[in-house]
Design a protein around this ligand. Structure first.
Ligand code: UD1
Length: 420
């Protein structure tokens, strides 16, 4: 198992370029199942999760050509050869569930192993399945597999009990090829939903309202191939913003969309961090003011993103005062707290909240990346910790951050990867 060794570094300074969004490219890749035409994708990050999705698409019959030098990917699925997403791929990545809607819509059938992924709560898929059912599919669950079948999909009015990102995407993809109109209410409003809707509309879909809480989809008979550039990754952007703050550094972040990270900007400013931005770059100065505590509550977009909670908590452990962090999106997303406390932080779980007593001197320790973003939080803490922090299970981090080490090293971080 490989590990990262992180040494106290910084203040980090310099410029960094943000890659294409992991959470946008995965559903877009899945959406290519909806057409026999060729889809050309640009700004595709070279990530383990993207590789897993490529293999998953290949297993259902796709020809996939990757060009990592130009960050592009071409997908063509002339014929779907299998409607099944095999367990050995699905267990590696929860987002594999996103092939279900497109497979069902294109072939009338989809069979998928129940998904794995980050260990952050139960993460059921009931909302996805309820949506497919409302469109006319029959759902059969047995032996760890779930199957959806339909002679044809028919548009419906669907209200989501919770604005799930994945369920919104999956149902939107399936409804694009359904007969008639689908109205999806209480849906997720994340920028990744808008990017997927833009991609589908370029393929010939008729989707309106993406980015609001109600989406209208007029089904079409057929979709065609298209070309699309994936939006920048807002969570990678936020992670580098926190890197500037936690090391009291000064980082200029390029290829960012400031609008997508508004809650992170607001919370950093409350802590005393200076943030300036224009259309595509963000300058974060953690070296101007002494930093102070603030409170955070994670919420669906445009609220504070759950995917930034652990990184921000690492920052709060280093600032003056006491902060409360409340996670409302996932029920078990506090696994990093034990690891941060091993490094000298003082964080206590009280009910659904965590109370962070700040201004602790962090000390390097052996710690475990329990999920992708928790791993990023430990690297950030390691940059401020005395001595060396040894982080294991780093495959989680490499699932979702492109060129993670070289980008951090480019800003002055001392961090190496060792093979055990
Ligand atoms: C996506 C993101 C993930 C992010 C999350 C929330 C991708 C590939 N991943 O995950 O990085 O942390 O959004 O912003 O885009 N839920 C149900 N039933 C369902 C579906 C979800 O109860 O059928 C619950 C989940 O258990 C969770 C909450 O809804 O508590 C949010 O999940 P969801 O928005 O679906 O997250 P993902 O799409 O899995």
């Amino acid at each position: 198992m490989s590990k990262y060794l992180v040494q106290k570094s910084g203040p980090l300074s310099g410029e960094v370029f943000i890659s294409g969004s992991k959470n946008a490219v995965l559903p877009i890749m899945a959406a290519s199942i909806l057409t026999a035409g060729e889809c050309e994708l640009y700004e595709v990050p070279a990530l383990r999760d993207v590789e897993v999705m490529s293999r998953l698409l290949q297993s259902v019959g796709a020809e996939v050509q990757e060009d990592y030098d130009s960050s592009s990917l071409t997908i063509k699925i002339s014929h779907v050869l299998s409607e099944e997403a095999p367990y050995e791929l699905v267990k590696k990545m929860r987002a594999s569930i996103l092939v279900m809607g497109p497979l069902l819509a294109r072939t009338g059938k989809a069979r998928i192993a129940l998904p794995g992924g980050c260990a952050i709560g139960a993460r059921p898929i009931d909302l996805h399945l309820k949506g497919f059912q409302a469109l006319g599919a029959e759902i059969i669950e047995s032996h760890g597999m779930v199957e959806a079948k339909a002679d044809k999909l028919v548009g419906a009015n669907i209200y989501l009990d919770f604005p799930s990102v994945g369920a919104t995407e999956n149902i939107m993809m399936a409804a694009s090829l359904a007969e008639g109109t689908t109205i999806l209410e209480n849906v997720a409003e994340e920028p990744e939903i808008v990017d997927l809707a833009n991609f589908l509309n370029k393929m010939g879909a008729r989707i309106k309202g993406a980015g609001t809480d109600t989406i209208k989809i007029e089904g079409v008979r057929e979709l065609g191939g298209t070309k699309h550039s994936v939006i920048p990754d807002r969570i990678e952007t936020g992670t580098f913003m926190v890197a500037a703050a936690i090391t009291r550094g000064n980082i200029l972040i390029h290829n960012a969309v400031p609008d997508h990270v508004k809650p992170v900007i607001a919370k950093l400013r409350e802590c005393g961090v200076v943030v300036e931005y224009n259309d595509e770059s963000i300058l974060v100065k953690g070296d101007v003011n002494p930093l102070i505590s603030t409170d955070i509550k994670t919420l669906p977009y445009p609220g504070f993103p759950t995917d930034m909670q652990s990184q921000f908590m690492a920052l709060l452990a280093t600032v003056k005062g006491s902060s409360t962090v409340m996670e409302t999106v996932f029920e078990n997303r506090y696994m990093h707290i034990g690891e941060l406390n091993r490094m000298g932080a003082n964080i206590k779980i009280e009910g659904r909240s965590a109370v962070v007593e700040g201004e602790k001197t962090l000390l390097g320790a052996q710690v475990l990346a329990t999920d992708l973003r928790a791993g990023a939080a430990l690297v950030l803490a390691g940059l401020m910790a005395e001595g060396v922090t040894e982080i294991s299970e780093i495959y989680h981090i490499e699932r979702g951050y492109e060129k993670f080490l070289s980008k951090f090293r480019g800003l002055g971080a001392t961090i190496i990867r060792i093979e055990d």
